[in-house]
Ligand binder design. Structure first.
Ligand code: AMP
Length: 308
């Protein structure tokens, strides 16, 4: 990846600082990339695409306590602000909003929250109760506070992306959501801030997640059960991954696709490697000529009926 421009972004820590810095940004399209910090090339790709498609780019860096469960990794999550700022500069962010929780949640825990609804209880939501309500609540707040027009999210977090699209549509947010394909290490591991938790041997084991997805995608022309079988075969051969789920689901309902289904679907996996919970996914085209896709071809179409 090549950096496009080098600017020194304004850093805003408070609502007043954000308001002042935001008011100084002119132009029609204001892009926003929301992150929890510990930035890597995946985040950089979002910033770079935002830079290419908008007049200005705002990056938010906020570790949102509301989306972490009591037994999750909030306290050990990597905090690397200086290098984050360096990446924001290198990829052309104009403004970095890096608030503390008391700036975002002025009165403590918000009594009113966004509900992710039934889709928020499946897959990640099943393993992380309340996670998506907390995520959507902060995304809604950051959409309002940043007053952006275009919001960039990674396909890496497929269910998050789907729920944000749903929120924007169901609650009529004046926002455009753009999906960015998953950025991977050369060996296939999906980039993640949590990869820093992996030991060298964990990392080898973790490769079986992306390998399983690729094996599944390679079987896509043969249909759903062949995809599931191929992907499962890779994970069964690696007992050190504690698999939470491996599913082939409809892209907008997140329900298992039936055997006769042909079209786009999401092959998604989650599992624990050592002490680290990892997720990965591939959008796939199921059926003749099928295989892996970067992102879904028509992501704004959220109305597809359940394929039953
Ligand atoms: P996070 O800091 O993990 O909350 O991620 C912030 C944004 O970056 C989200 O939209 C993620 O989906 C996206 N992102 C994280 N990792 C990747 C990756 N490997 N490829 C593409 N996008 C990513």
């Amino acid at each position: 990846m090549t950096a496009t421009t080098t600017t020194t972004p304004v850093v805003a820590r408070t609502r007043d600082e954000l308001r002042a810095a935001r008011a100084a940004l002119s132009g029609k399209e204001i892009a926003v990339v929301m992150t929890m910090g510990a930035l890597h090339e995946g985040h950089a790709t979002l910033i770079e695409q935002a830079r290419a498609e908008a007049d200005h780019v705002i990056v938010t860096i906020f570790l949102n306590p509301l989306q972490f469960g009591p037994k999750e990794d909030l306290s050990r999550y990597p905090r690397t602000f200086d290098s984050d700022l360096e990446i924001c500069s290198r990829y052309g962010a104009d403004l970095v909003f890096a608030p503390t929780p008391d700036v975002i949640y002025q009165d403590g825990d918000p009594g009113v929250r966004i509900s992710a609804g039934p889709l928020g209880t499946l897959l990640e939501g099943h393993s992380r109760p309340g996670h998506f309500d907390g995520m959507l609540t902060v995304v809604a707040k950051l959409m309002h506070l940043s007053a952006g027009t275009r919001f960039y999210f990674g396909q890496k977090d497929a269910q998050q992306l789907l729920l944000i699209r749903r929120m924007v549509r169901d609650l009529d947010f004046p926002a455009r959501v753009i999906s960015v394909p998953t950025v991977r290490e050369p060996d296939g591991l999906a980039m993640s801030s949590r990869n820093t938790y992996l030991t060298e041997s964990d990392r080898e084991v973790a490769l079986s997640l992306s390998r399983a997805l690729r094996a599944g995608a390679a079987a896509a022309p043969e249909g759903p059960s062949a995809i599931r079988r191929a992907a499962r075969g890779v994970l069964v051969a690696e007992p050190l991954v504690l698999v939470d789920y491996l599913v082939l689901v409809h892209a907008t309902t997140l329900r298992d696709v039936p055997e006769w289904y042909r079209g786009e679907a999401l092959l998604a996996v989650a599992g624990k490697v050592g002490t680290t919970r990892l997720i990965d996914n591939l959008p796939v085209l199921v059926g003749p000529g099928g295989g892996a896709l970067d992102v879904f071809s028509n992501p704004d179409d959220l109305g597809a009926a359940e394929p039953m």
